[in-house]
Design a protein around this ligand. Structure first.
Ligand SMILES: Cc1ncc(COP(=O)(O)O)c(C=O)c1O
Length: 399
């Protein structure tokens, strides 16, 4: 079944907004996605009908809020094929990477095997605790599986990889990577920030130990995210933060941690965020994961074909739409206007919203020898007309 894009578009109030008298072509979903009305309604319902803290109170509203929060955990876990007992709410992908990197008891001479494509959030938290070693890439930026054995040493503890790149749009071969990691006794951490809104995900099939994503990139609110902790990997983790909510009992000189995922959720959680995230994922489920994937592939194809026709423009990443999410980063001709100016002009003169810069991936831009890129990233609310408007406007600016 294909995605009902017109119906989907009606669910985004943001698309009613105009810029300079033009409707928005919102092509910046990789930065943050627009929120469907169902998300706004879920947050509002919490504020208007059952505001209460969770797992602390005994009154009726506290029970309702706690039930809704745990129900949200089930929905979020199901989105990635996990069980609720393996799903920790975080503030986003960045916090999730930090949580695992802090909790793993790494030593400074331990090694984390990663790629040069990673977002800073899947690089810097590891660097604080261990030596990060870079797996070489193929020409299109995807990890070179043939180099895995050479790059893995007796000190390698973790393989930390993106599922989809926020610059190249490439989908990494996570199954093959995690199979290698498993055969060498490494733990696999997958940064799913850019994949979770586009691809069907099953952490059991991916066979990773940790999988993280952010609410605001799947239509949920900011400040909420999810972290899958494989049941068998949880014992390898210290609780990185301590305080209320994660202890079963505290005495004058000691305490007993709660068991399970609540051990990793100290303090009052972002209740409305969790409810909003669950509403976003229910909305995605109603559209169908496969339909979303195919819609994305169609937009990818259109973006790739259109961008290839732009004179002097280099399209980064894989050449086939089958290997990508609907996101293209472009190196513009060095003789022309810089990417930031182009992005601002696209916004103000054409109502086309894209991003420009180094997209929190400085090492990748350095390796590619590109100062900055212009990035268009589409999602379920985008149609062919949005992509055409972007391509036409950009062609005009580069002419
Ligand atoms: C691939 C990737 N990883 C991690 C992050 C960080 O996500 P957040 O800022 O929501 O924590 C991003 C955000 O752009 C991303 O694209």
């Amino acid at each position: 079944m294909s995605l009902d894009v017109r119906g989907v578009r009606r669910e985004f109030a943001l698309l009613e907004r105009e810029l300079g008298g033009r409707p928005l072509a919102y092509l910046d979903a990789a930065s943050t996605a627009p929120r469907p009305r169902a998300v706004l309604a879920a947050i509002r319902a919490y504020h208007e009908h059952f505001t209460a803290n969770v797992h602390r109170g005994v009154h009726a509203l506290a029970a309702e809020a706690s039930d809704a929060f745990e129900d949200a955990r089930h929905v979020v876990a199901a989105h990635i094929g996990a069980s609720a007992a393996e799903l920790v709410f975080t503030s986003g992908t960045t916090e999730a990477v930090n949580l695992v990197a802090d909790a793993l008891r790494l030593r400074p001479d331990d090694e984390v095997l990663s790629t040069c494509v990673e977002h800073h959030s899947n690089l810097l938290p590891w660097r604080r605790h261990a030596r990060v070693c870079v797996l070489p890439s193929l020409a299109d930026g995807r990890p070179d599986l043939g180099e895995l054995a050479r790059c893995c040493t007796p000190r390698t503890r973790v393989l930390a990889v993106h599922h989809a790149s926020n610059v190249l749009g490439s989908i990494a071969p996570v199954r093959q990577l995690s199979a290698f990691a498993r055969s060498r006794g490494l733990l696999t951490f997958v940064d799913g920030a850019q994949a979770a809104g586009h691809l069907p995900i099953d952490v059991r099939v991916l066979d990773c130990d940790f999988y993280a994503f952010s609410g605001h990139k799947v239509g949920g609110p900011s400040g909420i995210g999810a972290l899958y902790l494989r049941q068998g990997a949880q014992d390898a983790l210290d609780a990185p933060r301590v305080g209320g909510g994660m202890v079963a009992r505290v005495e004058a000189n000691g305490c007993e941690w709660k068991s399970g995922v609540q051990r990793f959720e100290a303090g009052t959680p972002n209740v409305e965020g969790a409810l909003g995230l669950a509403a976003a994922l229910r909305f995605l489920r109603a559209q169908g994961a496969r339909a979303i994937e195919l819609h994305g592939r169609g937009l990818s194809r259109q973006l790739l074909e259109g961008c290839r026709r732009l004179p002097g423009v280099r399209v980064l990443g894989p050449t086939s739409a089958d290997e990508r999410i609907p996101l293209v980063a472009l190196a513009l001709p060095s003789s022309g206007v810089d990417a930031e100016t182009v992005a601002r002009t696209l916004s103000d003169a054409f109502g086309v919203l894209v991003s420009a810069g180094r997209h929190c991936a400085h090492p990748l831009h350095d390796q590619l020898g590109v100062e900055a890129t212009l990035r268009a990233s589409a999602w379920i609310h985008n149609d062919e007309d949005d992509i055409e408007r972007f391509l036409d406007a950009l062609a005009g600016l580069l002419a």
